[in-house]
Design a protein around this ligand. Sequence first.
Ligand SMILES: [Fe+2]
Ligand SMILES: [Fe+2]
Length: 301
Amino acid sequence: MSVTVNAISRADIVSNLYGILDQQKNSLLDLIWEQHHFHEKRRWSALDMIGVIDIENLNEVDKVNLWNAGRAELTTKPGADRLAGLADHECHRWQDRNPMVAKVMQACGTWSRYWNEEESFHEMTLNHLSSLLGLEPVTDETLIEFRKIFPHDDMLRTLVLLAISEITATVNYSWCASVAQDIGLRKLFKQIAADESQHMTYFISFAKALVDSKEYSPKGAFAVAHLFLREGGELYGSNRQQVEQRDSHVNWWDALKYEMVIPDNIERKQGLIFSALRQITGIQVKSATEVEEKWLELVGC
Ligand SMILES: [Fe+2]
Ligand SMILES: [Fe+2]
């Protein structure tokens, strides 16, 4: 059977998810097939990827990048578990009030299984490489600490936070790839950066669908963007003088140990956040100040 029966174009999924569902030409299963198809097409093997890396010849910068990234990836499973639970809850909450929003929630919750699996490849590949290199091991206590599930929040805010998290990861991994001397390691970091970029695109698509439904105000998107972009905000990660202490969960960007190398690349991250806001809300901004002004305007201050 052809793989293109009732095919939905990938560009439409990204830019017009709400429209696709609202026109009712395609079922949720058609949409989920596209999610599956795209996931399967992009799969890669951790064993093959590790097999071509010249472990003996990695330098100190590569080692620190691998170690930090492996720890950061430990927090993605609770992120995906949280998204699956929240999407299920929201799907049923919206079912009578707005069935289209319920479908967006179901599409998002279903996609979270592919996201979770792709992140597991990052986590396992990076941490296994760290142990092959004899780097400081992740203790069981740290692993359990990093697995704490984030508290629930409004879905639009959650999706925008996740999009920004993927933006940060994309920029960081692209930088790790650019400095890696070993061809195999460069390929691995590039592959992970490409995965993170795809995750960002999905989060933007689901967030846009919620705004397109008119049930969610763009102010939620701007509130979260401001939280990251403000002076001393989340975008500065563990480089901030004051990192909030919390018992509920671990933000991976707070847990990176920067003493060494990863540059902030703040401008690049900011540019991608402005672009995400434009795609999600249709509102164009060019600076952190404009984000704050727009957020205040939207909340009516
Ligand atoms: Fe990842
Ligand atoms: Fe990701």
